[in-house]
Ligand binder design. Structure first.
Ligand code: PMV
Length: 348
């Protein structure tokens, strides 16, 4: 029996030697207060705290198996061997894990996404959360959730949040922290009282033109609007947490939509500008506004891609989805709050 079987589905407990093989599942999360901009590129430390909802759709399943005889890591993504930048990112992440575990073995990584990769639907969040958990278990690093959140952050910032289920806040950590790597992690928003849904409008499933990494860099370095967005975001996070506590969806939705539009405005002001939103996104946004004008509580949020996610009450989700489908002719998926990253018992 492996350590993952012994510890069940919860990402807790660790072994001194590692299990050698682990399979983990993680879900994407959608930020309602965005992470946009790093104050430290190497450690992936953000300028601001962010707040998200982990979804119950589009899971990523990742297997990490140590291969003591291999000279290089082998990475397969959705059945296709990874190359170039994708392979480099996974290998760099495994190097970090090996370094911490004091191990040298290479690994075979097999990852399966159910979300379109690179289209601003948070595949990197579910991807690196699943990889962090599977690799930590296989190599014998601690898998308690806070340590795992810090580790996942190094792969992709938003992955720090996918370690947990439901509403999650990622603390940027104080700039003068003695160890800033330790001070920046995500944790659940324990007191959120909101039965919300996120309706994902999949306008484009292809990879994005500019990576979020490059777009953030450009925004921080050149957008005159960035400091203003950072200040607004900090205040919005405080107000959103209050609104979540009392289950005030109108306030949560209003803040989320403003925060996302502000993020897109700040990157459009960068040089050269970054524009992820398309005419199809504008149509989706107009539909969300029309729903509101009719008295349906619906608010939009967009990430590093043209796709639009609509926050609404769970009870309104099917009605909102039908309207979004009719207006955009896109694939529309209704998501609710989902679970944190878990180990699958089948590894051995
Ligand atoms: O984790 P990254 O590097 O893919 O950045 C994600 C950034 C956004 O999705 C646009 C916002 C967020 O907070 O998830």
């Amino acid at each position: 029996m492996t350590a993952s079987e012994l510890t069940g589905a919860e990402p807790t407990g660790s072994t001194l030697t590692g299990t050698g093989h682990a399979v983990a599942v993680a879900h994407p999360n959608i930020a309602l207060i965005k992470y946009w901009g790093k104050r430290d590129e190497r450690l992936v430390l953000p300028f601001t705290d962010s707040l998200s909802l982990t979804l119950d759709v589009f899971p990523t399943t990742t297997s990490v198996r140590l291969a003591p005889a291999a000279e290089a890591d082998a990475v397969v993504m959705d059945g296709v061997p990874a190359r170039d930048e994708r392979l480099r990112r996974v290998t760099a992440f495994l190097d970090l894990v090996r370094d911490r575990a004091g191990r040298r073995e290479r690994a075979v990584v097999d990852t399966r996404n159910t979300v379109p990769v690179g289209a601003g639907l948070a595949s990197s969040a579910s991807g690196f959360a699943a990889l962090a958990l599977a690799a930590a278990d296989a190599y014998g690093l601690p898998t308690e959730p806070r340590a795992l959140s810090r580790l996942a952050r190094r792969g992709s910032g938003s992955a720090a949040r996918s370690v947990f289920g439901g509403f999650v806040v990622w603390h940027a950590g104080p700039v003068d922290a003695p160890d800033p790597d330790v001070a920046s992690y995500a944790e659940p928003v324990g007191d959120a009282r909101l039965d919300a849904a996120l309706v994902a409008v999949v306008l484009e499933a292809g990879p994005k033109s500019v990576s979020s990494r490059e777009a953030m860099r450009r925004t921080v370095a050149t957008s005159p609007r960035y400091p203003e967005w950072v200040a607004a975001s900090r205040a919005e996070l405080v107000r959103m947490r209050q609104a979540l506590r009392v289950g005030d969806l109108d306030t949560v939705g209003g803040i989320a939509e403003r925060n996302a539009l502000g993020m897109h405005a700040t990157m459009e002001a960068a040089s050269p500008p970054v524009r992820y939103l398309t005419d199809a996104s504008a149509t989706a946004l107009d539909t969300v506004r029309a729903l509101r004008a009719e008295g349906v509580g619906a608010w939009a949020t967009m990430d590093a891609g043209p796709n639009v996610k609509v926050l609404c009450a769970a009870a309104d989700a099917e009605r909102v989805a039908a309207r979004m489908r009719a207006a955009t002719h896109a694939r529309v998926v209704v998501a609710r709050g989902g679970p944190g990253a878990t180990l699958r018992a089948e590894a051995g």
